[in-house]
Design a binder for this molecule. Structure first.
Ligand code: NAP
Length: 251
């Protein structure tokens, strides 16, 4: 993808990977609009990055997504890239029996969110001379983490959805790119993750992603080195071994 001169909307741009990508694209000469629920956090990021804009969004709320998309297009008619980064990751103890609420919220945020926002933005994106939809899946799309069954399932679904969308849109102006992060130092699972030495440092992850985006791999997938054991576990005939190792570490 051309990594400069775009107007980019990033969901979940107030923290973690979303913020890091927002700042990298901002520095690379793009108009960046971040969104999320925490207005104060968004303000903090836009203040630190003059020229960056913010719009509040709760991606779980179907009506909010539709109104938000209309507002985004009206305020930024040159909008040509959306990065579906917002997500939640919560553990579910299925035998305890009270996991359904978490499962539904996870599907609403991680899967229905990007689908609804894409439905609302696609006519506009198709009318742009060059545009892109970027999804954020996970290495866990390819080998699930047993403690987060619905999270892992939403990420597998995002992978499948991205592949299918890419195929349907291949003759249009809309490029479809999937970023599959490995375990990265953010607060997705809580503050301890941001300092976990087992997780990939965020600046390292961000610069590898930006370099890969610029090199535009033909697969449409952005897979940093650290994610390759998970992403290619099936191709390598290693799903059972990688699953056992992953879940022994985190179980
Ligand atoms: N860090 C990792 O190890 C890792 C690995 C693989 C994939 N990922 C994926 O990377 C993406 C970013 O996660 P992260 O690690 O950067 O964690 P993070 O810092 O917790 O970021 C998640 C972002 O999503 C936003 N969000 C959550 N629910 C939302 C909602 N209902 N409406 C709008 N925004 C919402 C949050 O903002 P508000 O709370 O302000 O709404 C937050 O900015 C996620 O999709 C995650 O699944 C992360």
């Amino acid at each position: 993808m051309n990594i400069t001169g775009n107007t980019i909307l990033i969901t979940g741009g107030g923290s973690g990977i979303g913020r890091a990508l927002a700042e990298a694209f901002h520095r690379a000469g793009n108009q960046v609009i971040i969104s999320g629920r925490r207005e104060r956090l968004l303000e903090e990021v836009t203040t630190a990055n003059p020229g960056m804009e913010a719009l509040v969004l709760d991606i779980q709320d179907r009506d909010d997504v539709a109104a938000f998309a209309r507002q985004a297009i009206e305020s930024f008619p040159e909008l040509n890239v959306v990065i579906h980064n917002a997500g939640i990751m919560r553990s579910e103890a299925v035998a305890a029996g009270d996991f359904l609420g978490t499962a539904e919220e996870t599907i609403g945020t991680n899967l229905l969110g990007p689908i609804r926002l894409t439905a609302a933005l696609l006519p506009h994106l198709l009318a742009q001379p060059r545009s892109a939809i970027l999804t954020v899946s996970s290495g866990l799309a390819f080998v699930p983490l047993a403690t987060t069954p619905t999270y892992s399932a939403t990420k597998s679904a995002i992978h499948a959805w991205s592949m299918a969308l890419r195929e349907q849109l291949k003759k249009t102006s809309v490029e479809v790119i999937e970023i599959a992060p490995p375990y990265v130092q953010t607060e997705l699972l809580g503050p301890q993750q941001a300092v976990d030495p087992m997780a990939m440092p965020l600046p390292e992850f961000t610069s590898e992603v930006m370099a890969l985006l610029e090199s535009a791999p033909a697969t449409g997938e952005i897979i940093v080195e650290r994610c390759k054991p998970l992403r290619f576990a099936a191709e390598n005939g290693q799903v059972a071994a990688v699953f056992a190792q992953l879940n022994a570490q985190h179980g």
